[in-house]
Write a protein that binds this ligand. Structure first.
Ligand code: ZN
Length: 446
């Protein structure tokens, strides 16, 4: 489950269909100078009633389906709290039973190298954490997803993916923690600042290698076959300065029927990836609307732009961890047999404090994500000019998210704008462009 939480952080990334609409405008570069999300015309200020169209789209989802989706979303929010509490409880158990101190002594008995000692400790800690939270992971990622019909994995397949994720986490986590303890020993007063820098480098490195080295461990990609869809995507990419020589279809239907796409990579590895579910479930217009959104993340440099903001969130977090460690070991250090911050046996305390901080920082991380998603939405609408296909796309996966959360819920829990918001933006964009020939003669709204 921790893998999925980290993945959530990473989450921070047209052409009219020629056959259906002969009057479509040729693609042109979408403006990127001012992607302000709050400057669209108010809903009623046009011959086209955006508010009514938004309501009509939302009404296409049955009340039963909406209730079920809202229940799923609410359950996810509680599980987020439960995950954090479980991690904190396990850390407390390790400290109060002095198991953590014994794990440190074991590592110290194996090697004199302090780097290796912290790595051996980290390895033991991550294994214990994953084993003890396994029932929760199994419930959340397998049982519950099957209960809601959003997983296609057999138990053996799920377990295989869980094992691969765990292996990656173990390698990356052990290296990262050993580096952090090196920093703590080298700069005991300002380690948390250096730790932020290193964490950002780890994140950037993971984003860089993920499409080429990590993703293939879970899915296979095949080049998108030549045809009208490929030509339309190439045209859209070329018009917006996105490299178009690598367009792949990823077999995500293996995991679920959910829909997604992305533009990823750097330095010549840039690729446009479409989930194979898009080809099975969506029209060409819908695919172009979504791909244009993903191109927005690329053109607007979102993967680089989020790093300093994430850095700020992490800096406050590591600062909080550093400031709290001394006070808590002052109170309980005797019981735990942990005194110094350089002692790896204090890792469960560092981890628990960080988990609590990240839970509290959820709205900040989500707001960062929602902001770039809203920018990419506007970019995608400008580039693909498919407001109705874009709106309809959000109804296709309506079974997994509350369509109309309250503003507070959206602020705290939503890492994308809610479907109601996104459909509303698409319809307001349409209202603002209703006199353009391609929009006036394009698909009609409900
Ligand atoms: Zn996006």
């Amino acid at each position: 489950m921790h893998t999925y939480r980290l993945a959530a952080i990473f989450l921070l990334l047209a052409v009219a269909c020629g056959t259906a609409n002969a009057q479509a405008l040729p693609p042109k570069a979408a403006p990127t100078q001012h992607v302000a999300v709050s400057t669209l015309a108010p809903p009623a200020n046009s011959v086209f009633n955006a508010e009514q169209a938004t309501k009509a789209y939302l009404a296409e989802v049955s009340p039963a389906q909406r209730a079920r989706a809202a229940a799923f979303a609410e359950g996810n929010h509680w599980l987020m709290l439960e995950d954090s509490l479980a991690a904190v409880a396990i850390c407390a158990l390790l400290l109060f039973t002095r198991l953590s101190a014994k794990m440190r002594d074991l590592a110290a008995g194996l090697t004199r190298s302090r780097v290796l000692q912290s790595a051996i400790f980290a390895f033991q800690f991550l294994v214990i954490l994953t084993v003890l939270t396994f029932p929760l992971s199994f419930y959340e990622d397998f049982l519950r997803r099957h209960a809601y019909g959003i997983s296609n994995l057999t138990f053996a397949q799920w377990l295989g993916e869980f094992g691969i994720g765990f292996g990656l986490e173990l390698v990356a986590g052990t290296i990262f923690i050993a580096v952090v303890y090196g920093l703590i020993r080298a700069a005991p007063r300002v380690w948390w600042i250096w730790c932020t820098v290193i964490a950002i480098c780890f994140l950037a490195f993971a984003m860089l290698i993920s499409p080429v080295y990590i993703q293939p461990l879970f899915n296979t990609s095949t080049p998108l076959k030549p045809g009208p869809l490929r030509s339309a995507i190439v045209q859209l990419a070329d018009a917006n300065g996105v490299p178009s020589n690598h367009i792949f279809v990823v077999n995500t239907s293996k995991q679920s029927n959910l829909l997604n796409a992305n533009v990823s990579g750097l330095f010549g590895t840039t690729r446009i990836s479409l989930d194979d579910t898009l080809l099975k479930r969506c029209t060409t217009r819908e695919i172009l609307a979504v791909v244009a959104h993903e191109m927005g993340h690329y053109v607007l440099d979102h993967s680089v732009m989020v790093l300093p903001w994430l850095g700020l969130i992490l800096l406050v977090g590591f600062g909080f961890v550093a400031a709290s460690f001394g006070g808590l070991t002052g109170l309980f250090g005797g019981i735990w047999n942990v005194r110094e911050i350089t002692d790896p046996a204090g890792l469960p305390l560092l981890y628990a404090l960080f988990a609590i901080y990240m839970l509290i920082a959820t709205p900040a991380v989500n707001t960062l994500s929602r902001t770039i998603e809203a920018q990419a939405d506007i970019f995608g609408l400008n580039a693909a000019r498919q407001p109705d296909a874009f709106a309809r796309f959000f109804l296709l996966d309506a079974g997994i998210d509350d369509l109309t959360p309250s503003p507070l819920e959206e602020f705290v829990f939503w890492n994308h704008p809610s479907a109601a918001q996104r459909i509303s933006v698409a319809m307001r964009w349409k209202a603002a462009h209703i006199h353009d020939p391609d929009i006036a003669n394009g698909p009609t709204s409900p």
